[in-house]
Design a protein around this ligand. Structure first.
Ligand SMILES: Nc1nc2c(ncn2[C@@H]2O[C@H](COP(=O)(O)OP(=O)(O)O)[C@@H](O)[C@H]2O)c(=O)[nH]1
Ligand SMILES: [Mg+2]
Length: 196
């Protein structure tokens, strides 16, 4: 059984020539810049700084790979470049689009895409596009509404409903999560294990 505690950084790819194509299963994490992708990876792996947590989103996009399995990798966690940051140039956005397109093309090793959203806000058009890509390519996905520690207890059901409605998924596809408190971690871990 794959152990998330064994995660180790493998490499950063700036284009498809750097992609890992060794056939080992991949679990990818996508979402807007600053939504908490790196924090969620750290939370899953019970590490403080496996993936860098940044307060300054929008830097040059890379696909970051972390291996699971010790001593030999048996799967990868993949931190996909964030999107939706307003202050990036058109050429950077186009580079991001090509990188993502390349990552999803013919990637049979991709077992699950975890789409991270901010539980306090409606998902964006870019988030909807991400799920459309999954649907079009038959990639399994899970919606993780992060930062739920910031919700009032009375706002939780409403947050799930808004997220599900905006993304056009069943409410059961939305997991309230907090990388800060660890809420939802065990469930997400179980689900990720199950698709490896
Ligand atoms: N309150 C709260 N803050 C979070 C949570 N997850 C991430 N953050 C904060 O959100 C900011 C961006 O996190 P980061 O992981 O770098 O986002 P990324 O750009 O998607 O990788 C940081 O200041 C984190 O501390 C969470 O679950 N709750
Ligand atoms: Mg990050």
């Amino acid at each position: 059984m794959v152990n998330f505690n064994t995660a180790a950084f493998v490499k950063s790819a700036a284009s498809r020539v750097g992609f890992l194509r060794d056939g080992l299963p991949q679990l990818a994490f996508a979402g807007r810049s600053n939504v908490g992708k790196s924090s969620t990876l750290n939370c899953l792996c019970r590490r403080k700084a496996l993936a860098r947590v940044s307060g300054t989103p929008g830097k040059t996009a890379h696909v970051n790979y972390f291996s699971l399995g010790d001593p030999h990798p048996t799967a990868y966690l993949v931190d996909l470049p964030g999107y939706g940051f307003a202050r990036v140039s058109k050429s950077e956005r186009e580079r991001w689009g090509r990188l993502m397109e390349d990552y999803f093309t013919d990637n049979r090793a991709l077992k699950m895409l975890v789409l991270l959203t901010d539980a306090r806000h409606a998902p964006t058009a870019d988030d909807c596009t991400m799920l459309d890509v999954c649907r079009a390519r038959g990639i399994a996905y899970r919606v993780v509404a992060n930062k739920c520690d910031k919700l009032k207890a009375s706002g939780r059901a409403e947050a799930v409903a808004l997220t599900a409605k905006t993304l056009d998924v069943p409410e059961a596809a939305v997991l309230l999560f907090s990388a800060e408190t660890g809420e939802g971690r065990e469930l997400l871990e179980r689900e990720l294990r199950a698709c490896l």
